[in-house]
Write a protein that binds this ligand. Structure first.
Ligand SMILES: NC(=O)c1ccc[n+]([C@@H]2O[C@H](COP(=O)([O-])OP(=O)(O)OC[C@H]3O[C@@H](n4cnc5c(N)ncnc54)[C@H](O)[C@@H]3O)[C@@H](O)[C@H]2O)c1
Length: 254
């Protein structure tokens, strides 16, 4: 498929995991891709694999409003237009709520929530011109709670509802916005968990498809939501969770 030929896409958090897979997917489908991350060397390594004339690597911290604005301006200057914003960069913070520090709380909100809003706001004037779209990476952790993950749950829950609210404000402007809600996915963020067989077995028991997700599988959902194939979808929080959120929470009986 070449759904994005002539289109310009920004993917944040593109140096690793879901963002890397998403940048590769858009590139494979013919897009000009701006890969954005605060982690310079891995970012350059991913970008070096993609079509040279159609790719830029841009180092930025999405939790900084001015840096996010500059990111969009750089991309529009380089490619002359802008069609798809993928707000994907994210970090994890969790623990016993009584022991979570102000700094931890601010850190996760700054990237996982503020960064998503800054990306949407900076993209908007350009996406209005191209009738483009936004995809946010939320999480099943934004649809329900997890044990010991309150800051992350709060930030992702806010992204889920931000996506709905912006869909109302942007619809008449011709801009669609949706989110993808993955469950446990094999990425840099979860690399420690992937070595813990006991933990993976526990997860597999609660995932109807019986396994963790691969980043390419989320990249495919993101590309779908950004494409004209999803032309009547906006304000949706689409799960890519192997069926986790289909459960009411009761444990398996067999
Ligand atoms: N892996 C999972 O199980 C899972 C599940 C649900 C949702 N998610 C979400 O998917 C998204 C991607 O995460 P991943 O699992 O691929 O993790 P990852 O750690 O592999 O990749 C995240 C990337 O974001 C970058 N990043 C972090 N903070 C940044 C900032 N402030 N500015 C710019 N870049 C920044 C990191 O450098 C990294 O390259 C995140 O929003 C995460 O919350 C992940």
């Amino acid at each position: 498929m070449q759904r994005f030929q002539g289109k310009v896409v920004i993917v944040t958090g593109a140096a690793s995991g879901i963002g890397e897979a998403t940048a590769r997917r858009f590139s494979d489908e013919g897009a000009c891709v701006a890969l954005v991350d605060r982690n310079e060397i891995p970012l350059a390594n991913v970008a070096a694999d993609l079509a040279k004339e159609l790719t830029i690597a841009h180092v930025a911290d999405v939790s900084e409003s001015a840096a996010t604005q500059a990111m969009v301006e750089t991309v529009v200057r380089r490619f002359g237009r802008f069609d798809v914003m993928v707000n994907n960069a994210g970090i994890f913070e969790g623990g016993d709520p009584a022991e979570i520090t102000d700094a931890q709380w601010r850190k996760v909100m700054a990237t996982n929530l503020d960064g998503v809003f800054y990306g949407c706001r900076a993209a908007l004037p350009h996406l209005e011109k191209t009738k483009g779209s936004i995809v946010n990476t939320a999480s099943v952790s934004g649809l329900g709670g997890d044990w010991g993950m309150s800051p992350y749950n709060a930030a992702k829950g806010a992204v889920v509802n931000l996506t709905r609210a912006l869909a109302l404000d942007l619809g008449r402007k011709g801009v669609r916005i949706n989110a993808v809600c993955p469950s446990l996915t094999r990425t840099g963020m979860t690399s420690d968990m992937m070595d813990d067989e006991e933990l993976l077995t526990k997860f597999a028991e609660r995932i109807p498809l019986g396994r963790v997700c691969e980043p390419d599988e989320i990249a495919a959902v993101i590309a779908f939501l950004a494409s004209d194939d999803a032309s009547f979808m906006t304000g949706a929080n689409v799960t890519g969770d192997g069926g986790v959120s289909a459960s009411n929470g009761q444990p398996p009986q067999q």
